[in-house]
Design a protein around this ligand. Sequence first.
Ligand SMILES: Cc1cc2nc3c(=O)[nH]c(=O)nc-3n(C[C@H](O)[C@H](O)[C@H](O)COP(=O)(O)OP(=O)(O)OC[C@H]3O[C@@H](n4cnc5c(N)ncnc54)[C@H](O)[C@@H]3O)c2cc1C
Length: 410
Amino acid sequence: MGQNGFGLTGARKLEEAAQGSLTMAYDSEETFPEIREAVRKLCARFPGAYWRALDRDRAYPTEFVRALTEAGFLSVLIPEEYGGSGLGLAAAVAVLEEIHRSGCNGAACHAQMYTMGTVLRHGTPAQKEAYLPKVATGELRLQAFGVTEPDAGTDTTRISTFARKDGDKYVVNGRKLWISRAEHSDLMVLLCRTTPRDQARKPSDGMSVLLVDMKQAVGNGLTITPVRTMLNHATTELLFEDLEVPAENLVGEEGKGFKYILDGMNAERILIASECIGDARFFIDRASQYAKDRVVFGRPIGENQGIQFPLARAYVQMTSASLMVDKAAALFEAGQPCGTEANMAKLVASEASWFAADMALQTHGGFGFAEEYDIERKFRETRLYQVAPISTNLILSHVATHVLGQPKSF
Ligand SMILES: Cc1cc2nc3c(=O)[nH]c(=O)nc-3n(C[C@H](O)[C@H](O)[C@H](O)COP(=O)(O)OP(=O)(O)OC[C@H]3O[C@@H](n4cnc5c(N)ncnc54)[C@H](O)[C@@H]3O)c2cc1C
C-alpha cells in the first residue's frame, strides 16, 4: 500500500472516479450524444476486472460482443433495407470511440462493422440478400479479413495464396498470418491470387476476393492456429491445403480483388483511428484523475507542471487528431476520395494514443505497471495501431509520394 490510501485495492475506486469525471467532461457539441450515452452505459457493465480476466487467458470477450450485437451497435453501417440502422461512418466512429474511452476494446468485433462493406459495394444482389441481413442481426459473424501473408508483408501484391478455378469451385492453397478473429467468425473475406503476379497485366491485377464459410472450411482444407501476442487480440495463422470454395462465393469480378480490398481499407483506418482517440481519452481521463488524487511531497502530483504539461499535450494531440478523424469520416460519408485523409487520421490518432499511453503510465508511477489499474493493458493494446492495419512508415511514404510528389522509394 502506498501513501494516501493508494494501493492495488485503490484501483477500482479510481476507475469509478475517472468514469464519473468522464461523464462530466463530455463536450456538449460531441456528435451522436444518445449513441455515446448508450454505449457508455453498456460498457459500464464490462469493467476493468472483466477485461483483465480475459487478458490473462487471452480469451475472447463473448459476452461483450453479444451485448454490442444485441444493442445494434455493430450494424450501424448496414443499410436499413438489409436490417441495419443505415447510419454513416461518423456514427460508427462515435460507437468505437466510446467503447475505447470506457476502457473496453472494440478490436474483438470492430471488423463486424466494416468487413461487410466489400459485399455491400461489390457483391451480387443474391450475395447481399443472403448475407447482409444475417450480419445485421449477428446471426452471421463476418469479421475475419484475410490479406497479410508471412512472406509478403506490407507488399500485398506479393501474396501467393492461390485460388485455382476448377469447374464450379476454387481450390485454395497457401498461408496467411495475423488473421484476427478467424476462430470467432462464420465468414471470412479472403484475398488470393487467381493469376500469378508475373502473368498479370500489372502487379495489383490478378487478385480476387472469396467469401469463405469458416465452419465448413475448418478441417476440410483450412487449419487455424492461434498466435499469442502481447495483447489479447484473437489473431491467428491460417493454412490452406486444397480448400474448396464454391465459385459463387467470388465477390465482384475475378482479378479485381485488390481494388475492392483497398476500398474497404479507408473505412477500417478511420474506425481504428477513432479507437485510438477513445484510448487517448481513456488515458487522459485516468491520468487526470490520478494526478488530482495522488499526494506526494504534501501536494497532488498534478500541481507540478512536469505532470500537467504532458497531460495537457496529450489532450491537445488527441483533440487535433480527432478533427482529422472527423474530416476523413465526413469525406468517406460523402463518397469523396479519402485515402490520404484516412491514412493521416490513422497516423495522428495512433501517435496521440501512444503519447497519451506513455504519459498515463508515467503519471501513475509504479502503479501504472500494476494490472489492476488497467493502464498497462491499454498501453499494450494501443501500441498495435502504429503497426496494424498499416504501419506509420507506409503512411508517410503515401503522403510523401502521393501528396508531396516525391519520387517513389519502392
Ligand atoms: C495483432 C495483429 C492483428 C492483425 N490483424 C490482421 C488481420 O485481421 N488481417 C490481416 O490481413 N492482417 C492483419 N494484421 C497484419 C498487419 O496489417 C501487418 O502486420 C501490418 O500491415 C504490417 O505488415 P508486416 O507485419 O508484414 O510488416 P512488414 O511489411 O514486414 O514491415 C516491417 C516494418 O518495416 C517497415 N517497412 C516495410 N517496407 C518499408 C518501406 N518501403 N519503407 C519504410 N519502411 C518500410 C514497416 O513500416 C514496418 O515497420 C495484423 C497484425 C497484428 C500484429
